[in-house]
Ligand binder design. Structure first.
Ligand SMILES: NC(=O)c1ccc[n+]([C@@H]2O[C@H](COP(=O)([O-])OP(=O)(O)OC[C@H]3O[C@@H](n4cnc5c(N)ncnc54)[C@H](O)[C@@H]3O)[C@@H](O)[C@H]2O)c1
Length: 251
């Protein structure tokens, strides 16, 4: 039986890989655009091989690479039904030391990549009452020092989400998830994979009692991209174990 496809940028490792797994479990054929070739090939195997997933090596901030990946995904089976903009990088540096080139690269991978995905995937998604999902961060809402480029890019994702939801609706729904601390160590390429090294304090500080895992995001992604979420668009879901709801004033 033919299946719909889903395109995920940065889906070879970490949160994107868990989203890819959740969508394969939902019966979608997943197309992964990722810059890490070793991880991409391995992830396709772990997802069940070429019958379930396709890897495309490329840069999610390159318009040509995104256009190519969308074309591959659109040609598969019944066509493109879901698009996930997941790539994100962080450079931690004092703002006075952050170069313009570094700022521009973070904005390109974290925010412009999502614009490129929307620009090229939207016409395909509209044919199949599809949905888009962008991955922001709780850092869109709160900060540690020296994270200006990352926080600004993630704030941009939250705003891009509601803007796209208005422009592309009702044919395409667009939502975003803002993860908090998600331990991705066990979802990396096998040579870099290990069990997360987390202390009891790391877990206990969370109102939910633990640090997050990639499947915590994959589960919600699966729901938001499905028809069950048909009345949800333009929303930002904070999935952070309650950390952004916790007051931290020193006593
Ligand atoms: N892990 C967390 O705690 C956390 C928290 C909040 C938000 N996020 C966001 O979730 C998303 C995924 O993060 P993660 O922690 O799983 O990252 P990760 O580093 O574990 O995996 C990211 C994947 O994206 C790929 N990638 C990076 N730049 C790329 C590019 N330009 N083009 C194509 N592929 C590229 C990498 O090769 C890798 O496979 C990011 O947007 C990140 O900002 C993560």
């Amino acid at each position: 039986m033919q299946s719909y496809s889903a395109l995920i940028t940065g889906g070879a490792q970490g949160i994107g890989k868990a989203i890819a797994k959740a969508l394969v479990d939902d019966g979608l054929h997943v197309v992964i655009l990722d810059s890490a070739a070793d991880a991409g090939d391995e992830t396709v195997e772990e997802l069940g091989g070429a019958a379930h997933a396709t890897f495309i090596e490329g840069d999610a901030a390159s318009e040509a690479d995104v256009q190519h990946a969308v074309a591959i995904a659109a040609e598969h089976g019944k066509g493109l039904r879901a698009a996930v903009g997941n790539t994100g990088i962080m450079i931690r540096k004092p703002v006075t030391e952050l170069t313009l080139e570094e700022w521009n690269r973070v904005l390109a991978v974290n925010l412009t990549a999502a614009f490129l995905l929307a620009r090229h995937a939207a016409p395909q998604l509209a044919k199949h009452a599809g949905a888009m999902l962008l991955i922001a961060s709780s850092r869109a809402l709160m900060s540690e020092a020296n994270t200006e480029s990352y926080s600004a890019s993630k704030g941009g994702i939250v705003a891009l989400t509601h803007s796209l939801a208005i422009s592309l609706g009702p044919s395409v729904r667009v939502n975003c998830i803002s993860p908090g601390w998600i331990a991705t160590d066990a979802w990396q390429f096998s040579a870099r994979r290990h069990a997360p090294k987390l202390s009891s304090e790391d877990h206990a500080q969370h109102p939910a009692g633990r640090v997050g895992t990639p499947p915590d995001i994959g589960t919600l992604a699966s729901f938001l991209l499905s028809d069950k979420a048909g009345f949800i668009t333009g929303a930002n879901y904070v999935v952070d174990g309650g950390m952004t709801r916790k007051m931290i004033y020193a006593e």
